[in-house]
Design a protein around this ligand. Structure first.
Ligand code: ZN
Length: 346
């Protein structure tokens, strides 16, 4: 098609019609719609070229592609059928497949795509009806994500990484230390490297499973789940968080997408001073990272630092009283005293 296009252009100073190009692919041996899609790609490229020329820009003319540079073939409507272990594609016939996931809805298009590794993928798009999910009613919970305990809930519960997961993580760390000691290009280095890769995969899959299980557990118990928005730069670092992500973002991602289809609300609150503010009276109680306890000099509240933070997170998400912006905020303190005064009179 490209050769024909160049030929017509050289002799008549114009491009061939789309129709004449379509005639050409009819006998290419490709499925008719796949061939037409290739025509569309060439016509699009020519149109881009014309537009650029009109704007006075220099643009490349479409180039011939070797087979290696062809990355995909499209089936916009038909020409394929799918079963559990095979996909039948015109004109290639049945091809064995590894089905990565179930397909919901009506399959609309297929794209055969070749990755740089030489592997071919069949990408299917499907149309499915999305039913609105009614919001679940029930309790709300605040979650403080941490390093010592993976998560502390506002009801006082702590979610700890299981022991076997920590063992794998330690194994990985030691294997990586091993690797860094080995000589470059040494025979042993390769062995150790493969070993590190294996443990890496093991750690990742163990972690993923546990994060999914933990997310499901929270989703089955609560209708609103509140976290700190750790993407707020700088503020997260103030907490000693954001420095090393211990799987938190994977966890909140998993939870967010699962919540959507379960009618559960996931809220991300401003993380400023969640560990400093007193969750009972709102007084700012500055503490160092190593201080594990919250002791409030104003109201006498004494509790685990992370639990105090988790309650603050819940309060911020639900509009509950103290802890909104108490640190260094005098006006709030004043307004609270007035409230207390008015109450005694009433
Ligand atoms: Zn207090």
């Amino acid at each position: 098609m490209l050769e024909f296009t160049i030929d017509v252009y050289d002799n008549h100073q114009k491009f061939p019609t789309t129709r004449s190009l379509r005639e050409m692919v009819k006998n290419s041996g490709l499925y008719s719609q796949t061939g037409q899609e290739l025509v569309d790609r060439l016509v699009d490229a020519l149109h881009r070229k014309i537009k650029m020329k009109k704007r006075g820009e220099k643009g490349g003319f479409p180039r011939f592609k070797s087979f290696d540079r062809i990355k995909s073939l499209a089936y916009p409507q038909s020409g394929f059928s799918l079963s559990d272990k095979k996909i039948k594609v015109t004109p290639f016939g049945e091809i064995k497949i590894k089905k990565h996931r179930e397909i919901h809805g009506t399959i609309k298009t297929l794209t055969l795509k070749r990755e740089s590794t030489g592997k071919w993928f069949a990408i299917l798009t499907a149309e499915a009806e999305v039913r609105p999910v009614p919001m679940k009613e029930g309790e709300a919970v605040g979650v403080d994500l941490g390093l010592m305990t993976f998560a502390t809930l506002s009801n006082g519960e702590g979610l700890k990484k299981p022991k076997h997961m920590r063992i794998y993580e330690e194994k990985l760390a030691s294997a990586q230390r091993d690797l860094s000691k080995k000589k470059l290009h040494g025979k042993n280095r390769r062995k150790v490297k493969i070993n590190v890769g294996r443990i890496c995969q093991k750690v990742a899959s163990t972690r993923r499973n546990w994060l999914h299980k933990t997310a499901n557990d929270l989703l089955s118990r609560y209708s609103l789940i509140a976290f700190e928005d750790l993407d707020v730069q700088g503020i997260a670092e103030e907490h000693g968080k954001g420095v090393s992500d211990a799987g938190w973002s994977i966890f909140t991602d998993i939870l967010s997408y699962k919540a959507e289809s379960a009618g559960i609300k996931v809220v991300f609150v401003n993380p400023k001073n969640t560990s400093k503010d007193c969750s009972r009276c709102g007084t700012c109680v500055p503490k160092e990272l190593w201080e594990r306890q919250h002791n409030c000099p104003s109201c006498g509240l004494s509790m685990d630092r992370d639990l105090n933070a988790a309650i603050n997170i819940l309060n911020r998400a639900t509009g509950g009283t103290p802890g909104s912006n108490a640190c260094g905020d005098v006006s709030l303190e004043t307004s609270m005293k007035q409230e207390a005064h008015g109450f005694s009179h009433g």
